[in-house]
Design a protein around this ligand. Structure first.
Ligand code: HXC
Length: 257
């Protein structure tokens, strides 16, 4: 389904998805979420793409789920139609994902950023879970992923007060990997994504899987998972190439297999 609620670009092996509802600060409605999910499906299936960047505009990454669209929903509608189920696709992407955040990343916008593997923030970024001010609570993973990202005390404070934090506070809390000047956000995110995309795709997928096991399992199970994943990479062409290149003092040329 064609939709102008997102703009999709490719930059070498990097797929870029730009949220694009400027009239609503990129508030996420059903149409936008459908378009985002379709773009993610396409990049996941595309062997030419290794890394995905999700970004918004200078003013807003996304100011949340579309309040006006949700406003009149009843409980049975939210339960039976379960529109939030569509919000989980990004978290299930196997390729590395980066959120490049400028301006507002609030509510569902903050949750979308949290579903990415890491966040690069412009100095203008503002993060928060203001749902409490609407008489609701985070529904796209905010109470869970934010707590895992920044700890119980900080997450609890943000979800209970609805207060926003700026990029500096977000970096200090461990929510964002790096802050960059606003006018360099996209270039820096694409540069970082391109650097990641140089690496072996099988290794990237297994790194992501292993790091994400942390939230799902015990240390012993996680370490076993890591060891088996590590061992399996010795079945790849890229492991032979990477180690041969080191021994021969030349750059490695990975073939993603
Ligand atoms: C629908 C939104 C919106 C939203 C902004 N707009 N956020 N529309 N849903 N989440 C619209 C405004 O209505 C307005 O449209 C236009 O975007 C510009 O917004 P302003 O408020 O005029 O801009 P500004 O004064 O700069 O304030 C920016 C803001 C404020 C602080 C971000 O817009 C705001 O508080 N937005 C709501 C943030 C929020 O509560 N997010 C959580 C939503 S609940 P008009 O037509 O009036 O010009 C959620 C739950 C997710 O995300 C659960 C998972 C499914």
């Amino acid at each position: 389904m064609a939709s102008d609620t997102i703009i999709v670009e490719t930059h070498g092996r990097v797929g870029l998805i730009r949220l694009n509802r400027p009239q609503a600060l990129n508030a996420i409605n059903v149409e936008l979420m459908g378009a985002l999910n379709a773009a993610l499906d396409a990049f996941e299936a595309d062997p030419q793409i290794s890394v995905i960047v999700v970004t918004g505009s200078a003013k807003a990454f996304a100011a949340g789920a579309d309040i006006k669209e949700m406003q009149h929903k009843t409980y049975p509608e939210t339960l039976v139609a379960d529109f939030i189920a569509d919000w989980q696709r990004l978290a299930r992407v196997r390729k590395p994902t980066i959120a490049a955040v400028a301006g507002f990343a609030l509510g569902g916008g903050c949750e979308i950023a949290l579903m990415c593997d890491f966040i690069i923030a412009a100095e203008t970024a503002k993060f928060g879970q203001p749902e409490i001010k609407l008489g609701i609570m985070p529904g796209g993973g905010g109470s869970q992923r934010l707590t895992r990202a920044i700890g119980k005390a900080r997450a609890m404070e943000l979800c209970l007060t609805g207060r926003s934090i700026d990029a500096t506070e977000a970096e200090r809390a461990g929510l964002v990997a790096r802050i960059v000047p606003a006018d360099q956000l996209e270039a820096e995110a694409l540069k970082t994504a391109a650097a990641i995309a140089e690496h072996s795709l099988p290794a990237l997928l297994l790194v992501k899987e292993a790091v994400n096991r942390v939230a799902e399992t015990s240390l012993a199970e996680g370490l076993l998972h890591e060891r088996r994943a590590f061992q399996s990479l010795f079945a790849t062409h890229d492991q032979k190439e990477g180690m041969a290149a080191f021994a021969e003092k030349r750059p490695a040329k990975f073939e993603n297999r």
